[in-house]
Ligand binder design. Sequence first.
Ligand code: ADP
Ligand code: MG
Length: 696
Amino acid sequence: MTNVPELFGSNVFNENVMKERLPKAVYKALKKTIQSGNPLDPSLAESVATAMKDWAIQKGVTHYTHWFQPLTGITAEKHDSFIEPTEGGNVIMEFSGKNLIQGEPDASSFPSGGLRSTFEARGYTTWDPTSYAFIKNNTLCIPTAFCSYGGEVLDKKIPLLRSMEAINKQALRILRLFGNNDASRVTTTVGAEQEYFLVDADMFKKRKDLRFVGRTLFGAMPPKGQEMEDHYFGAIRSQVMSFMQDLDEELWKLGVLSKTRHNEAAPAQHELAPIFSSTNISTDNNQLVMEMMKKLAPKHGLTCLLHEKPFEGVNGSGKHNNWSMGTDLGENLLEPGKTPRENRQFLTYLTAVIKAVDDYQDLLRISVASAGNDHRLGGHEAPPAIVSIFLGDELEAVLDSITGDKTYEEVGQSILDSGVSVLPNLPKDSTDRNRTSPFAFTGNKFEFRMLGSGFSIACANIILNAIVADTLGKFADELENVPAEQFDSALNALLKRELKEHKRIIFNGNNYSEEWVIEAEKRGLLNLKTTPDALPHYTDAKNVAMFERQGIYNLKEIEARQDSILEEYYKIIRIEALTMLDMARTEIFPAVLNYSEELARTIIAKQAVAGITTKAEERLLAKISALNEHLADTIDELDAALNGAAACNTATETAVYYRDAVLSKMNEMRAVSDKLEPMIAAKYWPFPTYSDLLFY
Ligand code: ADP
Ligand code: MG
């Protein structure tokens, strides 16, 4: 039996270890740095570095690395050993304060969206003391931020920390208006539920598409899909169970609060949910969750797929970003309160989120845009590409009473004017929640459900924090100048005005329905269906102004991100198209030929025998020959479409081209192959089928 409390955090240089190993004064100063989010005083670094090194070496560690999050969305690390030569040909183990605080990776191979040219290869990393150092693969990992020598941000951590700082500042201004002078910090909290698929490792290896791009580019639906709904929360098979056990233990050692595990809706699909923590920690932890899933699956004969849509016709995998704001005194600002003051405060924060989501629908859509996620959003299984908020009937009724559209029936009067002390009991029970909403209020937090499973959650949270901070800032600007005795009426007027203006973003109905698409258009909501539709909005004037106001990005940095997302988009489609061509030419086409040959030989052989018909074989041969011809056509056409991309100039133009000219041909090729697959004798089909992969 595993002793979980003993295991938990055993590979983390956490507060307890610091307390035990650091001189008291250093520990206190470091703790203050962590709590305040301020930069570390370099004079402390030496002492911290030595303690870290000694602790790590006792655990068998030989190397350290600055663990950072470049724009690729995965984490990067370059390992250095602690060895330092001494006279006489020996070594000692050294780790200086300078090494702890700053690293200098040759950063030229990381995407920078043009921010750093290769001749100016240096970038540098700085320790983020708000996230604990940890040991992974016998290496001391130091969570760090990554930027260019010119100071431009090259990673996801710096803007995330900046956005947390922005929301701290603005949310505190609002708290002060409500007379709260005790809280000294507001932190955004996140719990990221992670969906994933597990497939048999040997089957995985036999499919080039899974190996190269993580999703199946061909594959006919098996007779059984997920229609029986027998997988969700179903009993977990022992092979998967042993994987999950292993995963939990490794994550616990790393201090990740892995809490829930269960089967998901699709066959072979599962989910892990942690207990929430501050956004920065949750982001680092979610990277570790994904990394460990990938790393540990092979030990159990499995491969973990984190692609958003590995299988056509079967639910894809997403990530639910549960988000809230809380004070250092433990108050959740999105928790409806018990007193009139608390409720008005809650309604103020709630209204800010509603306004922010409506004003910046485009940015939220951008934060979840990728080639993989485009297959999922709007696929009648995931939230659509249209951003809207679910509040539930109870809360919407409260808001209607504020705007004066309706009286709130339970109290028979307007909530604000009467200063009622009790808000209705909002359902926190997961059973009657709306699961189709992209952005759902779930009692004391919002659940942003549009993220793809393979995403870093950083971008979504940078944007969420930034837009809510900006909106809170506007509210504070307006209310801070109001004399105290007029505060209540000024607040009422503000809430009434903003809720009236942004009511269109609230939708409690079925987001998967066709009617909603039409209704949303009537309401003037954006429907940015694909990545190339969404990304150009990154640099819209209102968005640039907001990022600059909040000190998150400058125009150059936004343009860099825009370009790098678009580039990644079309590069992925290009690799997918090349993989399809390869599979079609070298595997599918020859397989059909082999079966055709067998049929043709059979026909000839049977015709030599008097009185036997060969109609069935002839019919089948005619059908598959025609389809194989069609397949050959799509091979030529896809090839030509790929060559056409050379004529595109900008990143946007190229992305649009790949979507319209290449992706459509890929779909056509797949349709032909998927028609062929069930007609070809199983022994000839060249790679594992959906039945093999999903019902292993
Ligand atoms: P469901 O599957 O019903 O959406 P789960 O219980 O699996 O819900 O996940 C809910 C997630 O929300 C958990 O990760 C939980 O820790 C997180 N959460 C709860 N409270 C907060 C909060 N105040 N801030 C951020 N996340 C929260
Ligand atoms: Mg959820």
